[in-house]
Each structure stands twice: as C-alpha cells, then as structure tokens.
Design a protein around this ligand. Structure first.
Ligand SMILES: [Fe+2]
Length: 160
C-alpha cells in the first residue's frame, strides 16, 4: 500500500524537538506578554497564539510517527525560564528576535528536506508560522501601524 521510505531517526527526533520548542514558545511569549502592557502585550500574546497554532499543526505528525513529546508542564516551565532570562525592554526583544528568527527558517527548511512527502503539508504550515513571525518583527521594527496583521493572517489561515 505505502511505498514511502521509513522516515529517518534524525527526522523524527528533529520533528519532536521542534514541536516541543513551539510548546515552550507559547509559554515564553505568554510570560513576556504578562510583563508588558497595552499594544505590546497584545502582540506578544498573538505571538504566543501563533506558537500554539504551530504546535497544533505539527501534533498530528507526532501521532503519525508514534512520538511522545516531553510533558507540557515541563516544556512550559522551560519556556518561562527562558523568558525570565531575557530583558523586559520591548524594542530590545524585537531586535533580538529579528537577529535570531531567520535562522529558524533554515532549520525548518532542513526538516522539510528530510520529511516524507505525506508530512509536507503540515510542515509547510509550521514553516509559515516563522515567516509570519518574521514579517511581524520587520513591520514592528519599521513602526508600521498594524504590524500584527501578519500574525492574525496566520492564525486565520491555519485555523483547523
Ligand atoms: Fe515558533
């Protein structure tokens, strides 16, 4: 029935790791949102929602391959710990993520390159969340009025 090659161990481990990082990410951005106010707080909560959605689109692949992620509580604790280790200054956070996030695009591209065909639609949605986050950061850095539209568009499109 299915002639697809069995996915490699590196693919499976990376898939699980990236899923776990999205769960950490939702706690990370939520923790950062909680120490901000107004507009900035809302934007950080939207980023957290984008992470949640990225995890949701990836979850069926873990199920498909029989992978069990680390417990959610543990991942959330890790995300909060990471949030506590970065400064609270909003513009500095945006600048930091503008430097950091583009390299995740390369990671996601490598994951797609290792993936069985069947996993690609979900993985492309996973990759798209990073595209949306980067578009938000660039718009934010330029001071665009509705920078968060990139995040909302992802959440609307990727709705299950
Ligand atoms: Fe993410």
């Amino acid at each position: 029935m299915n002639d697809e090659p069995v996915p490699g161990q590196t693919y499976l481990e990376t898939l699980q790791l990236y899923y776990e990082e999205e769960i950490e990410g939702e706690a990370y951005f939520t923790a950062i949102a909680e120490r901000l106010e107004g507009d900035a707080r809302e934007k950080m909560q939207l980023l957290a929602d984008v992470e949640t959605r990225a995890a949701e689109v990836t979850a069926p692949l873990l199920q498909r391959h029989g992978l069990t992620p680390r417990p959610r509580d543990e991942l959330h604790a890790e995300g909060r710990k990471q949030a506590a280790s970065v400064g609270a200054e909003y513009d500095a956070l945006i600048a930091r993520w503008r430097r950091e996030f583009p390299r995740y695009m390369e990671d996601f591209a490598r994951l797609e390159a290792m993936a069985p065909e069947r996993d690609l639609p979900a993985l492309r949605e996973l990759t798209r969340h990073e595209t949306a986050a980067i578009a938000f950061l660039e718009a934010e850095a330029k001071g665009e009025a509705d920078s968060a539209r990139h995040l909302r568009a992802y959440l609307e499109r990727a709705a299950p």
